[in-house]
Design a protein around this ligand. Structure first.
Ligand SMILES: Cc1cc2nc3c(=O)[nH]c(=O)nc-3n(C[C@H](O)[C@H](O)[C@H](O)COP(=O)(O)O)c2cc1C
Length: 235
């Protein structure tokens, strides 16, 4: 069938050519310059900083967006995108609803994985570790830094629960906006706050030519002088 004879997809115009491309034929040659042990920072947080700065200089869209994977009490995994809101030697911080699916998963099982998918610069970083709630003062400080609308949104949304309709959600928001007009302090929802992920391993992946990618992984090791052991993994 000729492309111009392609059936129309409802509301989206003709099928995009991409729909006819076999994903198995999509290949990309990665860059030659790699990640060598000799140039690696002494600890994963410093190394993360270097790559996070590179990601910002490369003008990536939302370089702080990460895939967060959790596992529930019966061993079933789930994932979603969340924004990184801070990090230091204690770990990586994000904010969410504690009663959400991920919040409930973490209450049962604190093991977690984070993945930064920096595809345009052929890099990814994968963190594994355990998540603990950040202190209420830290959560309150971050909550107050958010726009008024986002503060109300946190109250309006019973994250991950079914809601009857879009109108219902907007009605809840409008009620809150009447109760807490702009300029008036919005209390921090007790069901909302941060998680800090203390890293147990951090893998830095750099795409290289011929699929001989670089993978250097830091594993927490209290017996190592830096507290971290580094291993190269086969790609
Ligand atoms: C780019 C992007 C950023 C997001 N950032 C957050 C975030 O910082 N916190 C959050 O709770 N949800 C965030 N979300 C929504 C989550 O992906 C998810 O829908 C929500 O947290 C509910 O997940 P759960 O039902 O698995 O708990 C973001 C989604 C996208 C696409």
């Amino acid at each position: 069938m000729h492309a111009s004879d392609a059936p129309l997809a409802p509301d989206h115009g003709p099928l995009a050519p991409l729909a006819q491309v076999d994903p198995a034929d999509m290949r990309r040659q990665y860059r030659a310059a790699g990640l060598l042990e000799a140039e690696l920072a002494a600890d994963p947080i410093q190394q993360f900083t270097r790559w996070f700065v590179d990601a910002q200089h490369a003008a990536l869209d939302e370089p702080n967006a990460m895939i967060v994977s959790t596992v529930d009490g019966s061993g079933r995994p789930s994932m979603r995108t969340v924004l990184l809101k801070g990090y230091d030697e204690r770990g990586f911080v994000f904010y969410t609803n504690y009663d959400s699916r991920k919040g409930r998963d973490l209450a049962d099982n604190p093991h977690i994985a984070l993945l930064f998918p920096w595809h345009p610069i052929a890099r990814q970083v994968i963190v594994t570790g355990t998540a603990t709630r950040v202190g209420r003062d830290e959560t309150a400080a971050y909550f107050r830094s958010r726009p008024h609308g986002s503060q109300l949104g946190a109250w309006a949304s019973e994250q991950s629960r079914p809601v009857a309709s879009r109108e219902e959600l907007e009605r809840r928001y409008a009620d809150l906006a009447t109760r807490y007009p702009e300029g008036e302090g919005v209390p921090v929802p007790p069901f909302w706050g941060g998680f800090r992920v203390a890293p147990e391993s951090v893998e830095f992946w750099q795409g290289r030519e011929n699929r001989l990618h670089d993978r250097l992984r830091f594993d927490a090791d209290p017996t190592a002088p830096t507290g971290w052991r580094v291993e190269r993994l086969c790609p």
